[in-house]
Ligand binder design. Structure first.
Ligand code: SAH
Length: 370
């Protein structure tokens, strides 16, 4: 049994069945046993690969979008750049590297990272400071922005204070704990996690709560349907949108998910280990757990604050509209043979509808002028 499974089992034996959100939070971010806090999840040696790890143009296009937002705002001389869940730091490094075309932007910035993993923090430190190898030695003209790490978004926003904010979150929201509800003849009931055989193994399974979930209205879905909610994602968007509304700025959230016309697949809770889907209750704490992001709900929350300042794109449309193919062609002109084919395949993977282009979405948030 993994240490995380032992810990969760102990909690269930002591307190009874727990919500799926409690299960996910313990499995992913428990300080001693959690998946993100103890493992090295990203890359070919890890469990999954993300867009910025596939090809540099992903981060570059996001960086140019942010730079454009900063210019449209009239180039505020002091502002913050925030990333939620920066992984190995590759995305932030690509953004800061492309931002060198406007040294004034870099001078305006303090960079804030929200991260729960001490291991990934080390990766971030080396990849991000690696973008500015000569900083401080006078041989490179662009300044190195100051870097700050925070465990929670509230701490980051507190440190940032009353200045414009630019933010990004790629494959962060899918890692936040979800609740699941099952439709019965009598309405929705929450699904809880329990253990099948007290005293043996780590056989986790779902049972249905006997308390009706009165806050979920009947949407006419058939009996047996699963509904998911992610209060942490909603709170995150609310806090970010509120900051943009008060102090200005813009941001974007990229992830796999649904909304804007595409419907939830019902049960989207999934585990991934060594680049393959995995049974959700096996190898707890050593496999990634996630759920698709409900962009429809997040967009409604953000729009309420930002007077319709949000747009939901498919990742393919967002990247192509903002020039990924042109940027890729420019880089590929300098490459030959297998290197060139590999690069082209990476860009394809980001934009093709059958790959990441359609399932992945990009939601942009812009503060409207008062
Ligand atoms: N954005 C990166 C990494 C995505 S993996 C990329 O695109 O490559 C998810 C990231 O979010 C990791 O850095 C993980 O440690 C962090 N994370 C997950 N849940 C978190 C939480 N509750 N609080 C803070 N960071 C979290």
């Amino acid at each position: 049994m993994t240490p995380a499974a032992t810990q969760i089992r102990w909690v269930i034996l002591k307190d009874g069945p727990i919500t799926l959100a409690q299960f996910m939070a313990l499995a992913l971010t428990h300080p001693d046993y959690g998946y993100y806090t103890t493992m090295s999840p990203i890359g070919s040696q890890g469990d999954f690969t993300t867009a910025p790890e596939i090809n540099q143009t992903f981060g570059e296009i996001l960086g140019l979008w942010i730079l454009d937002q900063w210019i449209r705002m009239g180039e505020p001389p002091v502002c913050a750049l925030l990333e939620l869940g920066p992984g190995r730091g590759t995305l932030m490094a690509d953004i800061l590297r492309i931002a060198r075309i406007r040294p004034r932007f870099l001078r305006a910035l303090s960079v804030h990272l929200v991260e729960c993993s001490p291991l990934l923090k080390q990766h971030q430190q080396s990849s991000i400071t690696g973008v500015f190898p000569d900083a401080g030695h006078g041989s490179f003209s662009a300044p190195s922005p100051s870097l700050f790490w925070h465990r929670h978004l509230t701490a980051a926003l507190g440190a940032i204070g009353s200045i414009p904010l630019f933010f990004i979150a790629n494959e962060y929201m899918d890692a936040l704990p979800i609740h699941q509800y099952e439709k019965t003849e009598d309405g929705f009931f929450e699904r809880l996690v329990t253990i099948t055989h007290p005293g043996h193994g780590d056989d986790f399974c779902f049972i249905r709560s006997d308390q009706k979930a009165d806050h979920l209205h009947d949407d006419g879905s058939p009996v047996g349907s699963i509904r998911e909610t992610c209060p942490d994602a909603q709170k995150t968007i609310l806090l970010l949108a509120d900051h943009l509304k008060k102090h200005g700025g813009a941001g974007l959230v990229a992830d796999y998910g649904y909304g804007g016309g595409t419907l939830a697949a019902g049960d989207t809770f999934q585990a991934v280990k060594a680049h393959h889907y995995h049974p959700v209750f096996q190898d707890v704490g050593t496999a990634d757990l996630s759920a698709h992001v409900n962009f429809g709900v997040l967009q409604t929350i953000a729009d309420h604050h930002l007077k319709n300042g949000t747009t939901l794109w498919t990742q393919g449309d967002f990247l192509k509209t903002h020039g990924i193919m042109e940027r890729a062609e420019h880089i590929m002109a300098t490459l030959n043979g297998p290197e060139r084919s590999l690069f082209a395949a990476g860009v394809d993977r980001l934009v093709q509808e059958t790959q990441m282009g359609r399932l992945f979405k990009v939601m942009t948030l812009e503060a409207r002028k008062p």
